[in-house]
Design a binder for this molecule. Structure first.
Ligand code: FAD
Ligand code: UDP
Length: 362
């Protein structure tokens, strides 16, 4: 008899399991359909001994001290701050766009004030920000939008920015200074011994049992339990009764190269060239020293694992139908990127799960 069955062993499932087992001393069964814990944040040492992220590069960043302190119970940190370059017009320039991006791209020598005036002279006027295109062009105009955002977004989502909610591109700031960090959150870092170690530490409790390689629907009827926490795709839970929610997927192409370093930054984005969106070199992120280096190229795809909910109004409306069904259920909780159909970062998933634990479960 389990007090809680948890479907999915990602940040949502593991945070819930850890709190329930350690704070409430209750019995938990985690059911995970993959052959490992960690969800999309899973990492492992590849055959050359280089630590890589199986489902694409993950950098932990948050402004939420509670979340940072919570995760810090399970790991020490390598104090890494992510930097990204964009390959545009044959050169690599800082991304998000900052003072150096514009000066390098156009051979200008602007100060921050001059850059502000420049943006003011090229920006488009719109009464309302209705979509991701408006979000960019009202700050920096059409030309920069086309160089940095339009084609990257088309590749990533198979949609143009005008077809996506403003918050997609709002993730990327525009700066008038020389700050070239991808994130400016107060707390940032990489787990010193990898993400998978975090999950192992979280689940290290005799109250927690884990069933890998198992779809919960194949076993749930044979298990005695009081409550269910579900972190998989919400449409699958309800047998797609309101239709399939669209998700965007990625194919990852890993390459281990016979050189110590491949590129100048953790990630290089390719908005306009090639079919992949970006190349990440893991050693930049992890600080690992090795005579070889592993990179990953990300090819967006409509087929494959559901990684990204697609932020469009019609999808949110379809999700709401599922959410209403979910709210009618007693003792079943839906949490995480797939179950809430939200473009959440890891910290937000932990934040929401802690909220569920302290406000409802406990
Ligand atoms: P998941 O990690 O997806 O876990 C859900 C688990 O449920 C999965 O393991 C799945 O196998 C399992 N499951 C699903 N259905 C079933 C079923 N029927 N039966 C049993 N098990 C099931 N966030 C950041 O903060 N920083 C980053 O740098 C970052 N980079 C990212 C890069 C990429 C390429 C992607 C795709 C995401 C990135 N994210 C990043 C987001 C991050 O991956 C998510 O916020 C986080 O992993 C979500 O955790 P979760 O537990 O909600 O879901
Ligand atoms: N984006 C872009 N050009 C870039 C980087 C990002 O157009 O060089 C847009 C794109 O639509 C992308 C979104 O901004 O999906 C969010 O980017 P982020 O790097 O946060 O995406 P993630 O890491 O979640 O894939």
């Amino acid at each position: 008899m389990y007090n809680y069955v948890i479907v999915g062993a990602g940040f949502a499932g593991c945070t819930a399991a850890e709190r329930i087992a350690n704070v409430l001393n209750k019995k938990v069964l985690i059911i995970e359909k993959r052959n490992h814990i960690g969800g999309n944040a899973y990492d492992y040492f590849n055959e050359d001994g280089i630590l890589v992220h199986k489902y694409g590069p993950h950098i932990f960043h948050t402004n939420n001290k509670e979340v940072w302190d919570y995760i810090s119970n399970f790991t020490q940190w390598y104090h890494y701050q992510h930097r990204v370059l964009a390959y545009v017009d044959g050169q690599t320039v800082p991304m998000p766009i900052n003072l150096d991006t514009i000066n390098n791209l156009y051979n200008f020598d602007y100060t921050s004030d001059e850059l502000n005036s420049y943006f003011e002279s090229i920006r488009c006027n719109k009464e309302e920000i209705l979509n991701s295109e408006d979000m960019v062009i009202t700050k920096i105009g059409m030309e920069l939008y086309e160089k940095f955002f339009k084609n990257y977004t088309k590749k990533q989502w198979d949609l143009y920015p005008f077809e996506l909610e403003p918050e997609v591109i709002a993730r990327i700031p525009i700066r008038n200074n020389r700050d070239d960090r991808y994130f400016t959150d107060k707390y940032q870092g990489m787990p010193k011994h990898g993400y998978t170690k975090i999950f192992e530490n979280m689940l290290n409790n005799k109250n927690i049992n884990i069933l890998l390689n198992t779809d919960f629907k194949d076993v749930i009827d044979d298990i005695e339990y009081e409550n269910l926490i579900y972190t998989g795709p919400i449409d699958y839970y309800f047998d797609y009764k309101y239709g399939k929610l669209p998700y965007r997927s990625l194919k990852f192409e890993f390459d281990t190269l016979d050189c110590e370093k491949h590129q100048e930054a953790g990630t290089v984005n390719y908005p306009n060239d090639y079919d992949f969106t970006r190349i990440t070199e893991f050693k930049h992120l992890t600080g690992q020293r090795h005579y070889k280096t592993t990179i990953v190229r990300e090819y967006p795809s409509s087929q494959g694992e559901p990684y990204y909910p697609i932020p469009q109004k019609k999808n949110t409306e379809q999700y709401k139908l599922y959410e209403e069904e979910a709210q009618k259920l007693k003792n079943v909780f839906f949490i995480g990127r797939l179950a809430n159909y939200k473009y959440y970062n890891m910290d937000k998933v932990v934040e929401e799960t802690l909220k569920l634990f302290y406000q409802t479960i406990k």
